[in-house]
Design a binder for this molecule. Sequence first.
Ligand SMILES: C[S@@+](CC[C@H](N)C(=O)[O-])C[C@H]1O[C@@H](n2cnc3c(N)ncnc32)[C@H](O)[C@@H]1O
Length: 479
Amino acid sequence: MLLASASVPDSSDRADWAAFVQHLRDIGLTREFTLARQRESERFPASLRSDWLIHSYRHDPSPAAVALCLLAFDHPVPQERALAALGASWFEFLVRRGLVIAIEGGWLCPFQLLLVNELYVFADRPGMEPNAIMALGPTTEVLARASFPQTDIGSALDLGCGCGVLALLLARVATQVVATDLNPRAVAMTRLNAALNGIENLSVRHGDLFAPVEGERFDLIVSQPPFLGCADGESRVLFLHGGRRGDELTRRIVEELPNYLSAQGIGFVLADFGLAEGERVSARLPSLPGAGVTILVAGKAIDLDVNAALYLANGQFLSGDALWEQTGRQVVHARACGVDHLLPALLILESGKSGVRELAVAPDRWSDLDRSLIDPLIVAARGLDEPWTAWQGRRLRLVDGTRVVHEYPFVAHEQGRLVLRSGSGSLLPEPVVGESVLPLIAAVHGAPSVAAAVPELPGEVVAPILAQLVLHGILRITA
Ligand SMILES: C[S@@+](CC[C@H](N)C(=O)[O-])C[C@H]1O[C@@H](n2cnc3c(N)ncnc32)[C@H](O)[C@@H]1O
C-alpha cells in the first residue's frame, strides 16, 4: 500500500497544473465520463459495483479510462499505455513532480484522483498513517450539501480542510475563502488542488484551529473535526482522533467559532458525539454567549462496535481475529470514557442569535440534509423560544399538500394515532398529534391573526403547539 509517505507535489507552477487538468478534460476524463460509467454499474448489486467499475476501466483502452486507472486506482498501468493515453510530455510532467511513480508492473499515482462536481481533487488513499489526508467521505458530502450557501457570500473559512474539497467548492460562491489545517501535507494538498482547478480566491494556511485566522471574521465557517476517541498508547491519526474521548477538539472549535463569525455569519460543524445513555449532544457543548445554536442530530445512534469495526476494516484493512480484538479494545476504551453510543450531529452556530435547540432528524433523512431545507428549519426552530406575544399577530397558512394520516393498528386493543404529513417534505419525523390539534390548524389557517382565530385558548399553551407545527412544515408564517 502506498500512502502518506509520498510527499505532495509542489504546486507553485500553477499554470502548468491547470493546463494538465485541461488536458485531462481534452482526452475525455470528465465527471460526465465517470458518471455515465457509474450509471452503467447500477445494473449490478451494490456489493459488485466498484469491482465491475475497476474491471471495466482497466479493460477500456480509451485515453480517459487509462488516465483514470493511472491516477485513481491501485493497479499499475504499463508505461506504453500511460504514454499513449497522456502523451509523452504530460507523462514526463507527472513523473518529474512525483504524481506518478514506478512500481513493479508499471506506473501509478501514490494519491487518488477524485472527480467532484467539476473539480479534480487529489487526496491520500484510505489509510491510518498519523498524517494521512482524508479523502472525500460520505460525511464530507453531508457537510458540503448542508452548508453550501444559496446565494453568493463574502468570505468563508474551511477549518481543518484536509484535501480542501469544501474550500474549493465554496470558492465558486464566496469572494474570498481561507482553508486551514494543522497537517502540513493537507495544506500542500489543498494548494495543489487549488492550482489544478485554477482557483485564485483561496488562501491556504497552516496552523492549529483558528490561529491562522486570528482577528479575521467570516460569513460562513465549515468544519468537520476529527471526532474518534484515541486510546492510551494508540498513535494519533490527525484526521481521525479528536482527543481521548473524541469530542475534545470539536468542543474547542465550537467554543471559539463565534469569535470568528461576521455580524450575520453562520458556522456549520459536523461531528459524531460519544454520549452516555440518555445524554444529549447539547450537554456536551460549552455555553455560547456569542451565538445561537441549532443542533440537528441523526435520528439513529451508531453502536460502538459497529463504528470501530468499520473504521478498522476500511482504514486499517483489518479482518478476522485482529479486527474483532481491536474492535473490542476500542469499545472498552470508549466505555471507560463514559461513552455508550455515537450520534452524528450537525451544529449550526448563528452570530447575533441566542439559545440552544436540539432537533432529531427523521432516521431516513440524514443524508438529505441540504441548506435549502436547513435555513427555513433553523428560522422555524427559533419560534420554539418565542412567547405568545410574538405569535398573537401572525398570520399562518396550512402548507399546501399537507395530509392527516389516520394510522389504525391491526390489533384491536392497540390505539390508533393521527400523523401529520407535511406537504413540503420536512427533515423532521412526522408529528403525531391529538385530535384537538386539527381544529386549531383549521382555525388559524387563513385567519387575519392567530389571536383572532383562537381568542378563547390560553396563549402559553397555543404558542408552543404552533411553533412545533411550523417547525414540522405543517403551517407556514405568511405575515
Ligand atoms: C475529518 S478531517 C476533515 C477533512 C475535510 N474538511 C473533509 O470534510 O473531508 C479533519 C481535518 O482536521 C485537521 N485537524 C486536526 N486537528 C486540527 C487542529 N488542531 N487544527 C486544524 N486542523 C486540524 C486534520 O488534519 C484533518 O484534515
